[in-house]
Ligand binder design. Structure first.
Ligand SMILES: Cc1cc2nc3c(=O)[nH]c(=O)nc-3n(C[C@H](O)[C@H](O)[C@H](O)COP(=O)(O)O)c2cc1C
Length: 395
């Protein structure tokens, strides 16, 4: 790690920064006399940049300078302070929006330059990461706040189906001839009840991983360009999505954190955990959604940004392709598990920062986009599952 000590010689604006005017309600004790509640509106400018990890507010003078400082070329500090307010420049350096050559901010900013992120996608991704969020707490607060008037609060939802013509004008299709695939699809019900008393068999665990993430072939299309053939599609055949695992109860596999190697079909141990530690991490990963915590295995599909952006450089659709890749992978986990009589889930309500820290991931390089899990469904249903056709639960 390089020193942040301020010995600026050359500086430049950071590579990616998005600024947004924000209006928020604040409470001020001193204003209690003026207005009854002490509440008042604060208008401020917020700056977001991938290398910052958290958003920062900027003054109007700083905002103006952000728009006037070069990002592609280094400028001499002495030249800048000759024409701009030095205090504002120093403040931007402290906020790591103005990068000092050779500083730790430079290292992080360089990493964001090298990764070829599309600017708006980068801002969206880094602004949506959570740390330490407890969604159950939020749910409780929401329910308390809205009481039984959730619909009053939300208003009516949009209709379930968009209809473009009158029913009589519809061209009705023949029914799909039933095959075992229909039965499989029917049995796929997001599981929120896992059996804590049983271990998942090693063979089943291995099958789900191989069918979803395993490489069936490695093809060198140009010197050094190796594409993987898997059971799921991936933009450009790049398969940039890694599988990181939190194993809790699998026969012959110690509880812990692992990385799955898709070519060797092998686990790479990262950290072993006690049962309590594993359960606590699981809870944190899924933002305290208690009904997912007991899944025998959590699989965290994690995009290796550089692998995708190597080809789709600064590309407006690249991030979308990463999220679509995760959709295919997660659904294949569902189907592979269901076919073996197991059950699965996915959640996007996850604490990305906690996951990155647990697995030792550099967020500028690799980002978890969801948490999936699978295991043995409990005999008793304590938590709600969406099974209107009684495909899994008889009552
Ligand atoms: C992208 C995505 C995110 C989801 N996030 C959550 C979640 O945070 N918590 C949860 O309980 N279920 C989550 N689910 C599961 C859905 O609630 C579930 O698919 C839906 O209720 C329909 O049930 P089914 O999957 O059994 O058909 C998610 C599903 C998807 C596709």
């Amino acid at each position: 790690m390089k020193s942040d000590e301020f010995t600026a010689t050359k500086v430049r604006r950071c590579h990616i920064v998005a600024t947004e005017p924000r209006e928020r309600i604040a409470f001020d004790l001193e204003r209690l006399g003026e207005s009854e509640s002490g509440l008042h509106i604060v208008l401020e400018w917020v700056a977001r940049a991938p290398h910052l990890r958290v958003e920062t507010t900027v003054s109007i003078e700083e905002l103006r300078l952000i728009g006037e400082l070069p990002s592609s070329e280094w400028a001499d500090w002495e030249d800048l302070i000759a024409i701009h307010d030095e205090a504002v420049l120093r403040s931007l350096v402290e906020k790591r929006l103005l990068i000092v050559q050779g500083s730790s901010a430079d290292e992080a900013d360089q990493s964001s330059r090298d990764s070829h992120w599309h600017r708006t996608s980068a801002v969206a991704h880094y602004a949506s990461r959570w740390q330490g969020i407890d969604i159950e707490q939020r749910d409780r607060e929401f329910k308390e706040h809205a009481a039984r008037k959730v619909l009053d609060y939300l208003g009516p939802p949009p209709v379930p189906v968009r209809e473009r013509v009158e029913p009589a004008q519809r061209f009705r299709l023949p029914p799909a001839a039933p095959t075992p695939f229909d039965a499989l699809l029917l049995k796929r019900v997001t599981c929120r009840n896992y059996d804590r008393s049983r271990e998942l068999g090693l063979a089943e665990f291995s099958s789900v991983l191989f069918r979803t993430f395993g490489a069936r072939a490695v093809v060198e299309t140009a010197p050094g360009v190796r594409l993987l053939k898997k059971g799921v599609p991936s933009a450009g055949g790049l398969h940039p999505t890694e599988a990181y695992l939190l194993v809790q109860r699998v026969e012959g596999v110690a509880p812990g954190l692992y990385h799955y190697h898709p070519i060797d079909h092998a686990l790479e141990p990262i950290r072993s955990l006690s049962a309590e530690e594993a359960s606590e991490l699981a809870r944190r990963f899924v933002a305290a959604q208690a009904y997912f915590v007991d899944a025998h295995v959590m699989v965290i599909p994690t995009s290796r940004f550089r692998r995708n952006f190597w080809k789709y450089r600064n590309h407006a659709k690249a991030y979308r392709a990463l999220t679509l890749d995760v959709g295919y992978l997660s659904h294949t986990i569902y189907l592979s598990a269901t076919e073996l009589g197991l059950a699965a889930f996915i959640t996007a309500a996850i604490n990305e920062v906690d996951i990155e820290q647990a697995f030792g991931l550099d967020p500028l390089e690799e980002g978890p986009l969801a948490v999936c899990g699978f295991g043995i469904r409990a005999a008793e249903r304590k938590e709600v599952e969406f099974d209107p056709l009684h495909a899994v639960w008889l009552d």
